[in-house]
Design a protein around this ligand. Structure first.
Ligand code: MGD
Ligand code: MGD
Ligand code: SF4
Ligand code: MO
Length: 752
């Protein structure tokens, strides 16, 4: 048995773990008390990571699909050589627009993402698709306009808030905030603190709330507009804050004064008195913040919801302070800034769709492949994602992926997407390689954990950095060796702080600018060879740490690092390499948040014309109809689901079928007894489910869990395959974010 530090890879929190292993197995999994953020916290899901590491669907060898449709084992060399040849031919014939990359990191594996992006560059493509563009891009777009850059991402200091407003999120199950259950319990125990939940379901979080507004699904824009209107009508906005830190309040105020509060509150079907109480409480609180998630991001008015949510904390001055909302820093640049008003960013061939934060929406991808034009997508890599199950419209995905000239899947498991591929490349699991996550969303203190491998890679599995570096070498984009740079790295004494290496690297890149896009692989093959413990694939964190220390110099110093302008980043890099429980990167003061804004005047822009127009033109069409009278929340976070990460159904201790939750009165009206099988039908498709009567859901709404509907071994799909019900068109027109939380359906009993 041996003890190790690692992290849970099941949600964006990435709680630090203290584990014991024996051979290739986990024997004991505990929260790591030394982790700077999670401090020992974990939830029930993390305790069952063994089912991710060890299961019958794990890939062990590269696979190639043969003409008869069967997969045959091939060697790495054979696979990569053929893939390289085919990629180059497609690039030659059709240019960069023929290639798209999908994924590049799940909830815990972001180290390989930097290497995957290099392939996109080698293909001269800008098409990156991933799941962030089926949830967060409306939010990112609003951030771009309000804060000046789409990388200005907000966080919530809920641990220190007197008044926490949770809208369309269920942190008790889904986490997303630090040590969620402890944080929620602390608020509950303290009579001076208030928790408000806005959710059509009486969730585990809502049960502990002081006020629960159980609104009609899809009406958040009305409700938030009404709250904001109450605030400005009653003069509860923070005039000094608005004058000092924002532009454009006057236009927003006019729009808010025009909001018909009572009518909007009626639409949301909540009590006016409660809405007033919440608006007043939030505005008057010393420290208040808003926490949102998929409930408003995957439902109607996605982008407007993101805008209004931010107006709540900006108009009331609950920003840039302890207990409020803030911006945070990034070490790994997981998202970019692609303002669609600038001409240099690509629009897609079929939909003319622009990227947001550098990401294109999965909802348009099948059309971009099936499009008949010369400029269609013809070749793809899918890495750390299973869009055949997790993107809207599984039927459209299966059809489109079969038309690709080349589909390569890089995964740890033989997924539904892998079954459609020409090549399947087996990745080492997140516990078999150096890994890290880019989902650090903390402010004022940000932290980062680089994780060392616990096990040898299974079979012939390789870490993604090795896979992509070899592929670039086969493509002739990257020389096979760099003897000079490598010698500099290996000869340099530790006390020289890599400064000689960095100078030599700069000289190499200046002389050979074509290598710049491949800096990660270049660092891996050179500096990587000189890093201790085989941490070579983490070498590219050195320039990132240098950039971070340069940009946030004072805050990095405050975190306790020594060094000057030239060396601080190197010390930060060393700490990241050495501190297995994670390293605190930086400590900001709250009022330094303004320096993280993108606008030159460091003020928030409240007047966003597109959003004010959307507010004036709020859509009143009903999504339900006599044929589809219920709203399905397709993708609830529950006790035993974790995206499409677990394939072995034995990992679930309960809710094995992934039951349909329905209010008992609705069930009664449809003559659905508890436990019976029923059919759920949408405009797109139908699936069979097990019924569970449940008081917590609002009447007119039904829910099904995310993370089911996958095969295991030779099985049929197990549990609800939700995206058989969702369609590519049922999405916000602007961002193309699917309305997964708002799918009109009907439910019928199945004859037993
Ligand atoms: N257990 C578990 N945890 C997870 C995951 C998982 O698969 N399982 N996945 C992780 C990932 S990738 C993500 S993105 C997060 C998502 O985390 P959350 O967004 O917090 O989780 P969800 O359950 O998808 O949806 C949140 C809430 O939205 C509510 N809702 C539905 N419709 C509406 C509406 O119209 N208005 C409002 N206000 N609320 C509505 C639902 O009732 C639900 O309680 O969870 C992460 N954590
Ligand atoms: N209907 C509906 N659909 C939804 C949602 C919903 O609520 N409702 N939620 C959406 C959301 S918010 C999200 S985030 C997505 C998630 O969907 P995806 O973006 O597809 O991501 P995951 O489900 O996390 O899938 C991760 C894949 O990565 C593989 N993997 C695990 N570890 C590694 C590794 O180290 N290397 C490689 N290469 N692969 C690895 C796993 O085997 C799995 O196949 O689902 C979305 N889809
Ligand atoms: S699932 Fe999320 S909250 Fe639970 S242990 Fe893993 S990282 Fe922590
Ligand atoms: Mo997500």
């Amino acid at each position: 048995m041996s003890a190790h530090k690692t992290a849970c890879i099941l949600c964006s929190r990435n709680c630090g773990l203290d584990v014991e292993t024996s051979g290739r197995r986990f024997v004991r999994i505990h929260g790591d008390k030394e982790h700077p953020v999670s401090k020992g916290y974990m939830c029930q899901k993390g305790a069952r990571l063994g089912y991710y590491q060890d299961n019958a669907d794990r890939l062990t060898h590269p696979l190639k699909r043969m003409p008869d449709g069967q997969f045959a084992q091939v060697s790495w060399d054979e696979a990569l050589r053929d893939i390289a040849t085919r990629l180059l031919a497609i690039r030659e014939r059709h240019g960069g627009r023929a290639f798209a990359f999908y994924g590049g990191g799940g909830q815990g594996n972001h180290l390989g993402g930097a290497y995957g992006r290099q392939l996109q560059k080698a293909m001269r493509s800008r098409y990156l698709y991933n799941s962030l563009a089926q949830e967060k891009t409306g939010d990112f777009w609003a951030n771009g306009r309000i804060f000046g850059r789409q990388t200005c991402h907000t966080t919530e200091d809920i641990e220190h808030a007197d008044f926490a407003l949770v809208i369309g999120a269920n942190p008790w199950q889904a986490h997303g905030i630090p040590n969620a259950r402890d944080t929620l319990r602390d608020i509950k125990k303290d009579p001076a603190r208030t928790l408000v939940v806005i959710d059509p379901r009486r969730t585990e979080t809502a049960k502990d709330a002081d006020i629960h507004l159980q609104l009609r699904p899809g009406t958040d824009a009305y409700l938030m507009a009404a709250m904001l209107s109450v605030i400005v009508r009653e003069g509860l906005h923070d005039k000094a804050f608005l004058a000092q830190h924002t532009n454009g309040f006057a236009a927003l105020e006019r729009a808010l004064l025009a909001v018909p509060v009572e009518e909007y509150v009626r639409r949301a079907d909540v009590s006016l008195e409660d809405v007033q109480r919440v608006a007043r409480g939030f505005a008057k609180a010393e420290r208040a913040c808003v926490r949102v998630d998929l409930g408003i991001q995957q439902s109607p008015n996605t982008t407007l919801n993101g805008y209004l949510e931010k107006m709540l904390f900006l108009v009331t001055g609950q920003f840039g302070k302890r207990g409020g909302n803030n911006l945070h820093t990034f070490l790994l640049p997981v998202i970019g800034d692609t303002d669609e008003r600038k001409p240099q960013y690509w629009r897609t061939a079929r939909h003319g769709m622009h990227a947001i934060s550098g990401i294109y929406p999965p909802n348009i991808l099948p059309d971009e492949i099936e499009h008949t034009g010369e400029d269609r997508v013809r070749a793809m890599f899918v890495d750390s994602a299973n869009p055949a199950v997790t993107a809207a419209d599984s039927q459209a995905y299966a059809r489109a992926f079969r038309k690709l000239e080349l589909l390569v899947v890089v995964d740890v498991a033989f997924t539904e997407t892998a079954r459609l591929a020409h090549y399947v490349l087996p990745a080492a699991s997140q516990f078999e390689k150096w890994e890290c996550t880019g989902f650090n969303l903390e402010f004022p203190q940000n932290a980062f954990q680089l994780r060392a491998p616990l096990f040898e890679p299974l079979g012939e599995c390789l870490p993604e950095p090795e896979i992509y570096t070899r592929l670039l070498e086969h493509m002739g984009e990257l020389p096979k060796s760099f003897p000079v740079l490598r010698a500099v790295a290996e000869r340099e004494p530790a006390a020289a702080l890599h400064l000689g290496y960095l100078a030599a690297l700069a000289t190499t890149l200046a002389a050979r600018p074509k290598l710049r896009p491949y800096a990660a692989s270049l660092l891996y093959r050179t500096l990587g060879a000189a890093l201790p413990d085989g941490a070579g694939t983490a070498a590219f964190l050195l320039p990132l740490a240098m950039g971070y220390a340069h940009q946030h110099y004072t805050a990095v110093k405050r975190a306790g690092y020594k060094g000057n302008r030239a060396t601080l980043g190197v010390h930060l890099f060393r700490a990241i390499l050495n501190q297995r429980s994670g390293a605190v990167l930086s400590r900001h003061e709250y009022d330094e948040v303004w320096s993280l804004l993108g606008h030159a005047d460091q003020r928030a822009q409240l007047e966003v014309p597109e959003m004010l127009q959307a507010l004036r033109e709020l859509d009143t069409t009903e999504s339900t109809s006599p044929a589809f009278p219920l709203v399905l929340m397709a993708g609830e976070r529950r006790t035993y689901n974790a995206n499409a990460i677990f394939r072995d159904p034995a990992w679930r201790k309960q809710d094995k079928d992934g039951a349909l939750r329905i209010h008992p009165e609705d069930a009664q009206a449809l003559e659905l007894e508890d436990g019976v099988r029923a059919r759920v039908t949408s405009a797109r498709g139908a699936i069979e489910v097990t019924v569970q009567r449940d008081e917590s859901v609002r009447r007119g709404m039904v829910t099904l869990p995310h993370g089911h509907g996958m095969r295991y071994g030779d099985s049929e799909p197990l549990g609800p395959a939700l995206n058989q019900l969702t369609s590519s068109e049922h999405c916000e027109p602007f961002t193309r974010t699917p309305y997964h939380k708002h799918v009109p359906v009907r439910v019928e009993a199945l004859a037993s």
